[in-house]
Design a binder for this molecule. Structure first.
Ligand code: NOJ
Length: 737
């Protein structure tokens, strides 16, 4: 978001007309926009508010064709699913040569974790906790996409997700609000780079506003309902953080919240987004979500849906053609004010002017740049680096990893040679053909397996391949078994009711373990899985998500110890679906868990604790934590509290540790979480080295919505906790006066 300095007369004018001081994000009318707006017919204005997909790709139902004609008529201001310089140039030419007002098109696309060079799925990448790396990968993705003629990406997705049944957990940053905010900011910075108009950057679109990550039962598109306190405290902050970081557009969600669908929700779109947060970019719907308000049952037909949406604050209709078909009529009937239409069109045109598209509509159409930039060596190197940082070592008994090269290794499992799955869901224009699979990665690392066997498919109940797999295992000293989900099993419309390894894959692992050989399980998947048997019986488990173009090399780097794993989980791994939703920062109950008392909050057939907690991940070395200390045990509002802890690398390899800070407010005017992440640092420690890691907290960091729904902190006693995951923490008390 460009902040502009307001001159004194303008400040005075805004003060007098609005009756309040202007927010910093308000900007005076741009004469270029006003001049163009004055020349536009109502239909042309509505055209700017209409976005359609091309026939190049489909990310939902296609209900509208003939988009080229729409461009000619000025009935469409933006397109998505069109990319490459050649194609965007052709479409842009129609807009600026054949349409009456020659308004350039905006080209959007889902560049979620890479355009052609594919980075780890965002959930995986979040496990690196490396904000600089995530900013860089978002920037590279934007650079490549912009070189392919694109302007606008539907990212970052910042929906907090605590239910791994929901397929779209793969697209976000996991379950935690604090970490989600920091990652949202990093990704916006990476995507937007130096700002609109730079040809190595794109316009970000924060999604899905709001609460899309909390559908009941984990079923995609389902109802979202929770108290406003919970919503504001856990779900809204990442959207706000992204807006504050400058995201220029926002996408509405498919779901309703508190009975009102997001695309018709004035409270969300106007009261909170624009008035509270000062957002002055434009709002686009998700795919046909205006039309879907008819199914939601809050309007009788598409025309009413369009009125609800535009009056709530939706500027652009994605793919629904509701604005295009009905909005002019609604204006004529007085159901929608012309001023409302003008406000939306102003926002959209402003962005096109800011991007310099009126000066040069083809500025993103440069074939040479397209050839040079996409899939460059530098981009692949960056993808490999962040991919290995995203891997989480879940178990490593008897230090079976890293693999020593003199051991005979068998590689088994349906995903050892997959290429297409490695790019995961929402993989832009990525192709499995460009990926390095695990077998290739091992070979690049100089590892020649003594035997390779598939064993079984990801799905189905065919065990015919088990005997080959067992034979392979019997020839080896160590068995690598590569299992998980297929890429299509996560992403949109890919919720699962079970979270186990699909098909007979777990049986395959059981058969391999029964050979008595050490078994290293390499997991590839888009969500936390329920793997208690593996956790108890495999020798090692390596969570690799979907790591993208360089997946095989990155996994080989970790398996061979070229890179010492440092990733930590950003979503809890449940033991069973019955524990879902599961997250570490639950509120305190009146009957906290006590293993020795029946009448406390717990299951009778399973522990409350997840299999692997938030923040958890091992390294090939070990770290120990000293007792945390404070610069003062009592601090006042406005003062800062400094927390310091000594962390020592106690193993015999160099390594990185993600040091985490949690707090608990012991007595609040409302129930408070048992712990909340408030800071983290990733530190490199040579073997044997100790470093002092410090964090600073102020009362602002301890703020929440109190019993009167006021946001602020409350004096009292706090537990301050530091450690290497959300369960193993060292504690000290602090008092805020
Ligand atoms: C629907 C998805 O929910 C959204 O994330 C995506 O950006 C749009 N389709 C466009 O593909």
């Amino acid at each position: 978001m460009r902040f502009i300095k307001l001159s004194l007369p303008i400040l005075l004018l805004l003060f007098l007309t609005a009756g309040a001081l202007p927010r910093v994000t308000d900007r005076p009318p741009d004469p270029r926009v006003e001049k163009l707006l004055a020349r536009m017919t109502l239909d042309e204005k509505i055209g700017q508010m209409s976005l359609f997909t091309t026939d190049w790709g489909s990310t939902g139902p296609t209900i509208r064709e003939g988009y080229k004609n729409d461009i000619r008529k000025g009935a469409c201001g933006a397109l998505f699913n069109s990319h490459t310089v050649a194609f965007t140039r052709e479409l842009q030419r129609i807009a600026v040569e054949e349409a009456r007002l020659k308004i350039p098109l905006l080209f959007g696309y889902d560049v979620i974790h890479g355009y052609k060079t594919i980075f780890p799925i965002p959930l995986g990448e979040s496990c690196s906790w490396d904000l600089a790396a995530m900013e860089q990968s978002a920037h590279i993705a934007a650079t490549e996409a912009a070189a392919a003629g694109l302007h606008w990406t539907y990212a970052p997705m910042v929906d907090i997700a605590r239910d791994p049944r929901w397929g779209r957990v793969m697209e976000g940053a996991g379950e935690d609000t604090y970490l989600g905010c920091r990652i949202a900011e990093a990704r916006v910075r990476g995507i937007q780079g130096k700002g609109p108009g730079n040809t190595d950057a794109m316009i970000a679109c924060v999604k899905h506003y709001a609460g899309y990550g909390a559908p009941i039962g984990g079923r995609d598109y389902n109802t979202v309902d929770m108290s406003e306190r919970f919503f504001r405290e856990y779900y809204l902050p990442p959207y706000q953080a992204a807006v504050k970081a400058g995201a220029m557009t926002v996408m509405t969600a498919f779901n309703d919240y508190d009975g009102v669908p997001a695309s018709g929700n004035k409270h969300l779109l106007t009261d909170i987004l624009r008035k509270e947060w000062g957002f002055n970019g434009f709002v686009v719907t998700d795919y046909t979500s205006i039309n879907e308000m008819v199914n939601h049952g809050v309007v009788a037909n598409d025309k009413e849906a369009g009125e609800l949406a535009v009056n709530a604050g939706v500027d652009m209709d994605m793919q629904g053609a509701v604005y295009q078909r009905f909005l002019a009529q609604s204006v004529k009937e007085g159901k929608v004010k012309m001023a409302t239409i003008d406000a939306s069109v102003r926002r959209i045109l402003q962005l096109k002017f800011d991007m310099g598209l009126f000066d040069n509509p083809y500025k993103f159409c440069d074939e040479t740049r397209e050839k040079e930039v996409i899939l460059s060596k530098a981009h692949r190197d960056a993808a490999r680096d962040v991919a290995r940082k995203s891997i989480v070592l879940l178990k490593n008994d008897r230090n079976v990893l890293p693999l020593s090269k003199d051991r005979k290794i068998a590689v088994v499992g349906p995903l050892a040679d997959t290429k297409n799955d490695l790019i995961g869901a929402w993989s832009g224009a990525g192709s499995g053909d460009d990926c390095v699979n695990l077998l290739e990665g091992l070979s690049n690392a100089g590892i020649r397996p003594v035997a390779v066997a598939k064993g079984c498919a990801v799905e189905g109940d065919d065990k015919a391949g088990f005997s080959d797999a067992i034979q392979a295992a019997n020839q080896a000293d160590v068995v690598l078994v590569v299992v998980g989900e297929s890429a299509w099993m996560s992403g949109e419309a890919s919720s699962r009711a079970e979270l186990n390894l699909p098909g007979v894959q777990e049986d395959l692992v059981r058969a391999l373990v029964a050979t008595g050989k050490p078994v290293v399980v390499v997991l590839m998947n888009g969500r936390p899985l329920t793997i208690p048997w593996l956790a108890a019986n495999a020798t090692a488990i390596v969570e690799t998500w979907w790591l993208g173009t360089e997946a095989g090399n990155a996994i080989a780097d970790v398996l061979t110890g070229v890179y010492n794993p440092s990733g930590k989980l950003t979503m809890s791994f449940p033991r069973s679906v019955g524990q879902v939703p599961i997250f570490y920062n639950e509120r305190s109950t009146g009957r906290p868990f006590d293993p020795n008392s029946k009448w406390t909050s717990k299951y009778i057939d399973m522990p409350n604790a997840p299999l692997y907690p938030f923040g958890y991940g091992l390294s090939y070395t070990t770290f120990s934590y000293g007792d945390p200390s404070l610069n003062k045990s009592t601090f006042k509002k406005g003062e800062s509290l400094q927390i310091t802890v000594n962390v020592t690398n106690t193993g015999n390899r160099d390594g990185e540790e993600i040091v985490q800070l949690y707090v608990r407010d012991l007595v609040g005017s409302v129930t408070r979480p048992v712990k909340e992440l408030k800071g983290f640092r990733k530190v490199f420690l040579a073997k044997g080295a100790t470093t002092a890691v410090s964090f600073t907290l102020t009362d602002k960091d301890l703020s929440f919505y109190n019993k009167n729904m006021r946001f602020g902190s409350e004096p009292g006693e706090y537990d301050i906790m530091v450690g290497g995951n959300s369960q193993d923490l060292k504690k000290i008390k602090a008092i805020m006066r």
